[in-house]
Ligand binder design. Structure first.
Ligand code: NI
Length: 161
């Protein structure tokens, strides 16, 4: 496993759409290594989620860990089938270091995806997991959270040394 470099605000790749992974290739070493590296990178930087585009790879792969005891989740070719509710959430992103803002997210989503073994999975996600799924799926469509922040809510919090 290896840490990957995170693409940050201003990098044009963050605006591009990611491509579907061919489901016959999910278990190929190249994709499995990418997933392992994404997990390592997410944990290293204390993120709750990371999309492949954030490490410069335009593939529909997401990793999430919201410390719910069931993760990490690996979502390949995710499709949000249904959303329910609305909630104001505090949000940040590893591609926008030290920036935080408030966004409206659903309280519940049903998402269908392939896991890293290539199994099709349907998951009902609530609260922080629903928020993370929406945030990361947005990345796959070239959308970043600062596009969605409620006016005046974006803050820069200087890092502690
Ligand atoms: Ni993000």
């Amino acid at each position: 496993m290896a840490l990957r470099q995170i693409r940050e605000q201003g990098d044009e790749i963050l605006r591009k759409k990611s491509r579907d992974v061919n489901i016959d290739d999910i278990t190929a070493a190249k994709n499995q290594n990418l997933i392992d590296d994404m997990l390592e990178t997410m944990y290293h930087y204390n993120g709750v989620g990371l999309a492949a585009v954030q490490v410069g790879i335009l593939k529909q792969i997401i990793v999430i860990d919201v410390e719910d005891g069931k993760g990490p989740y690996v979502l390949i070719n995710p499709q949000i089938l249904k959303t329910k509710g609305e909630k104001e959430c505090e949000e940040g992103c590893l591609s926008f270091p030290n920036k935080f803002g408030k966004v409206i997210r659903p309280t519940e989503v049903i998402v269908e995806f392939y896991d890293r073994e290539g199994n099709k999975v349907k998951l009902k996600a609530k609260d922080l997991l629903a928020q993370a799924v929406c945030h990361e799926v947005d990345h796959l469509n070239g959308v970043v959270f600062t596009d969605l922040v409620l006016p005046g809510s974006l803050e820069y919090v200087s890092p502690k040394d």
